[in-house]
Design a protein around this ligand. Sequence first.
Ligand SMILES: NC(=O)c1ccc[n+]([C@@H]2O[C@H](COP(=O)([O-])OP(=O)(O)OC[C@H]3O[C@@H](n4cnc5c(N)ncnc54)[C@H](OP(=O)(O)O)[C@@H]3O)[C@@H](O)[C@H]2O)c1
Length: 337
Amino acid sequence: MPKMKAAICTGYGPPDVLTIAERDRPVPRDDEVLIKVYAASVTNSDLFIRSSDVPLRVRIPLRLMMGITRPRKEILGEVLSGEIVQIGSGIRRFRVGDRVYGLTGFSLGAYAEYKCMKETDSKQGCLAVKPANVGFEAATSAAYGGLLALQQLERGDIQPGDKVLVYGASGTSGTVAVQYAKHLGAEVTGVCSARHAEFVKSLGADTTLDYTNAECVAMLESYDFVLDAVGKYRTSELKEACRRQMAQPGERRGMYVSIDDGALRLESERLDRMRDLVEAGIVTPITDKVYPLEQIVEAHRYVELGHKRGNVAIAVNAITVDEVTRPSTSRPASGPP
Ligand SMILES: NC(=O)c1ccc[n+]([C@@H]2O[C@H](COP(=O)([O-])OP(=O)(O)OC[C@H]3O[C@@H](n4cnc5c(N)ncnc54)[C@H](OP(=O)(O)O)[C@@H]3O)[C@@H](O)[C@H]2O)c1
C-alpha cells in the first residue's frame, strides 16, 4: 500500500497535539477523485476542533460528534488546493490533471499529501477548478474566504451607492468581503486595528475604523448592510455600538449579518463564481504566511493569536516549476463574474 505524510491530531488540546505521521494513501472509489494536495489552510474551525476549548454545554455534543477523547478524523484540515491525479470510473466533472480547490466539510483531511473527494457537493465537501492566475496557497484563501463572504454578502442584495460596513476587514473572509462589496459599487467602511488600516484601504475600503479605539464609536454612520466577518466570539465596544445602531428602526435599509449566521454552504457553484472573480482581478486572495506541513504546530500557534492578515496556508506536497506553469486539462464553461 503506498504511503503518504499527514499531520494527525493525537488528542484535544494545544497545538502540540498535532504531529507528523505516515498513513496509507487513500484510494478513490468510483465516485471519487484523488487529489495530490499542494496547499491547505489553517482555519478557525481547525483550531476549534483541535482545542475543543468551548463551554461545557457545547463540548459534550461536539465530542459526541467528533470523538470522545480525540477527533475521530485524525487528519484535520477543511480547505485544500491541489491536482487531481486519479479518478473513479463514475467521475464526469473532472479529469486527471485538473487543478482544483475546495472545502472538505465533515470529512476534513486536508493536512495530508493526498485526499479523496466526491465530485458532487455534499456535507463531505465541494470542489471546483481553481483560479488559474493564483498559486495553490492563494487558492485556499479564495476557497475559504470566498465561500464565507459571498454567502453572507449575497443576503444583503447590495446596490451601487449602498453603505456597507465590514467588521473584521483584515481576516480571510473580511478581505474578500471588502473587495467584493466595492466591486458591487458600495461605499465600504472596513473595521480593523490601526496596523491594518492602510492594508484594508488598499483592498478598496473608502474608510477604516479602529475597533481598539473607543473614539471611533462616535464615527459610526448609518449603514445599509453590516457584515461581522470575525464571528460572534470576537467583539469590541465598536461592534456592540454598531449592532445596537443597526437594530434601531429608521429610514435606512440596515441589515446586520454575522459570518456565523447559519452553516457554511458547501457549493461548488459559488467556488466557480469565486474563481471568475479572482481571474477577473476583482478579488485578490490574501495570504499572510505559508508554513510547511512539518511546521503545522507553529502554524496553529500563529493563527491562534487571532491577528492573521488574510489566510495562513500550509504547503503540503512540494511544487515543481512544471506544476506551476502547466495549464489545467479541463475547464468548465462559466459566465462573467
Ligand atoms: N458559518 C459557518 O459555518 C462558519 C464556518 C467557518 C467559519 N466561520 C466563522 O468565520 C469566522 C471568520 O474567520 P476568518 O478566518 O475569516 O477570520 P480571521 O482571518 O481569523 O480574522 C482575523 C482578523 O480578525 C481581526 N480581529 C481579531 N479580533 C478582532 C475584533 N475583536 N474585532 C475586529 N477584528 C478583529 C484581526 O485583525 P487585527 O490583527 O487588526 O486585530 C485579524 O486580521 C470564524 O472565526 C468563524 O467564527 C463560520
